[in-house]
Write a protein that binds this ligand. Structure first.
Ligand code: RIB
Ligand code: CA
Length: 324
């Protein structure tokens, strides 16, 4: 099977970073490009993080285009308290030496989908501003895209507010445009991703992954939350990528999803109706995660990426650790 072609729209972001490692390491995916949006930290930060990740992981040939700094209508928000001022927690990757690709993320998304109709899946793991602007600028992308899979929303509890998940709440008008555009959105929400917790056993496996573990995975997850024997920070964004690698990991059900944009307490809520009532579903909504196989996939893929990094920088790998 040829790898699935994807464009990742993201706001790195700790879990964005771990999703990008997964996508890069998977033989089942081919990253055609990464586009950035303001979200967890500002656009300059999310873009710098994407550039640093690209060189640290070794996919310098993949274009990175910067997009929207903020939402269509709402004041900017961020999640620096969760992801750290840099956006990558305690990770300090080497500064990027290669620049962003010229052009705006919205145009990159449109032109990449136009060039390969039916073949490219858009994976949006940040606020949906870039995706909404792409739909408004070129509505035909809903036909050109092989699909749109997002990490976002929730049909139960929110994390930005009692009712809303961060990516949707950051730009509810954009999300409403995206869910109303005519394609079927695969919505991997908190209902699924809350289960993707980084336990002590998972972290121990990451600790044995050389520079990938020491310089990225561990400084990220240890910042992201408290790691215990049976709990820890949830790697939300990786769930959206994992679904594209192995759809059997996540159960999805058709639903009609409306995005609340006017509610005083519910702005950004993804109002999810599984009843349909004769209406055409505009979404496939994730309802459960096979957590064991999810982590089997991530850790096996991460281990392969780790080996590649060690092979590419053998001298660094043999350097004594600072404490020794
Ligand atoms: O609610 C989780 C989502 O918000 C993730 O994409 C995380 O990176 C933040 O953007
Ligand atoms: Ca994100």
């Amino acid at each position: 099977m040829l790898p699935r072609k994807i464009v990742i729209d993201c706001d790195p972001g700790i879990d964005d970073a771990l999703a990008i490692v997964l996508a890069h390491g998977s033989p089942d995916l081919e990253i055609l490009g990464i586009t950035t949006v303001g979200g967890n930290v500002d656009l300059a930060g999310t873009t710098d993080n994407a550039l640093r990740l690209r060189e640290f992981l070794g996919f310098a040939d993949v274009p990175i285009a910067a997009g929207s700094a903020g939402a269509l209508l709402r004041p900017r928000v961020n999640a620096a308290e969760v992801h750290g001022a840099s956006g990558l927690g305690g990770a300090l990757l080497p500064p990027a030496t290669l620049p962003v690709t010229g052009g705006h993320a919205v145009d990159f998304i449109i032109e990449t989908l136009r060039a390969d109709p039916g073949e490219v899946t858009l994976v949006a793991i940040g606020p949906l501003t870039n995706v909404a602007l792409a739909v408004l600028k070129e509505p035909r992308i809903v036909d050109w895209a092989r699909g749109l899979t997002i990490l976002g929303g929730s049909y139960t509890r929110g994390n930005f507010s009692p009712a809303a998940e961060f990516n949707i709440a950051a730009d509810p008008e954009a999300a409403a445009i995206v869910f109303g555009a005519g394609w079927t959105v695969t919505m991997i929400g908190l209902d699924v991703s809350r289960s993707a917790v980084t336990t002590e056993a998972v972290a121990d496996r990451m600790r044995a992954m050389g520079r990938l573990g020491a310089d990225l995975l561990i400084p990220c997850v240890e910042f992201y939350g408290v790691i215990t024997a049976d709990g820890g920070p949830a790697i939300h964004d990786a769930c959206a990528v994992a679904y594209l690698i192995d759809p059997s990991l996540i159960t999805v059900e058709p639903a009609v999803v409306d995005v609340e944009t006017a509610g005083r307490f519910t702005s950004g809520m993804t109002v999810t109706d599984f009843r349909l009532g004769g209406r055409t579903p505009n979404a496939l909504v994730g309802t459960s995660l096979d957590t064991g196989r999810f982590w089997d996939l991530l850790l096996a893929t991460y281990a392969q990426v780790a080996r590649t990094i060690e092979d590419q920088s053998p001298d660094l790998a043999r350097l004594p650790s600072p404490s020794s």
